[in-house]
Design a protein around this ligand. Structure first.
Ligand SMILES: CC(C)(COP(=O)(O)OP(=O)(O)OC[C@H]1O[C@@H](n2cnc3c(N)ncnc32)[C@H](O)[C@@H]1OP(=O)(O)O)[C@@H](O)C(=O)NCCC(=O)NCCS
Length: 201
């Protein structure tokens, strides 16, 4: 079987912005060399402990849906996602998102999620799901800003006993996108994901 990481590495996405004197870059996950970087960032920030098998589950199958933000050579943020069929529709899922405390409030978290969603759109996803703690106002605000809406409340979803909101973002159907190139192009001006808030349920 072909190595699923090989293609991703050759088509690796990189983008950069200059912000307040520092150079912030966004780099797509490449291979196992990036795994400790992602694990360190996530383990430091999330309440939920993940095993290396969980990380490998996501990163081996969907390396193109993981991005790492760097300040120079220093990694400081990451997003880990997946996408698969759900009731005959492609569905994206944001599994992990963290930004180091020193870099928060600069829209890096939003940018990481937008880059992952952009890849999901390319892969034909029609919706994106995720869960966030009901007390995590920062994450809820970030996702609300990207057009996510609350789908349901999950009682004691996390190991720490906290409830979660399941959040959902509906994306334009890929077929509609192909049929209406002008409409699809109108949201793609900033290089980020084409997030269609007009399709939210
Ligand atoms: C949640 C997290 C990723 C946000 O990263 P970030 O880079 O600071 O987020 P952004 O700068 O893109 O913020 C996007 C929006 O959310 C708001 N926001 C972010 N953190 C906030 C906070 N703690 N309180 C209130 N609003 C917050 C921003 O003000 C911004 O709102 P605006 O669009 O109205 O201006 C970061 O705080 C983090 O890593 N937290 C710990 C891990 C975590 O909770 N991950 C999410 C799991 S679901």
């Amino acid at each position: 079987m072909a190595d699923p990481l090989a293609d991703g590495a050759s088509e690796r996405i990189q983008s950069g912005t200059e912000a307040s004197g520092s150079s912030i870059r966004y780099v797509q996950y490449t291979d196992e060399n990036d795994l400790p970087i992602v694990m360190d960032l996530v383990d430091k920030e999330l309440s939920e402990p993940y095993s290396i098998f969980t990380y490998r589950y996501f990163l081996h199958q969907w390396p193109h849906l993981c991005f790492i933000s760097y300040d120079g050579d220093k990694p400081f943020g990451t997003v880990v996602c997946k996408m698969d069929l759900h009731r005959e529709r492609m569905r994206g899922y944001v599994a992990m998102l963290v930004v180091d405390k020193a870099y928060r409030g600069k829209r890096v978290g939003s940018e990481l999620v937008k880059m992952a969603i952009s890849e999901m759109v390319k892969g034909g996803c029609e919706e994106v799901m995720l869960e966030a703690e009901v007390v995590n106002t920062g994450a809820l605000r970030l996702y609300q800003g990207l057009g996510f809406v609350r789908d349901k409340r999950l009682h004691r979803y996390y190991l720490n006993g906290v409830d979660a909101y399941r959040l959902k973002l509906l994306l334009k159907l890929s077929e509609a996108r192909l049929a209406e190139p002008a409409a699809a192009a109108e949201t793609g001006g900033d290089g980020g994901a084409e997030v269609a808030t007009d399709m939210i349920a």
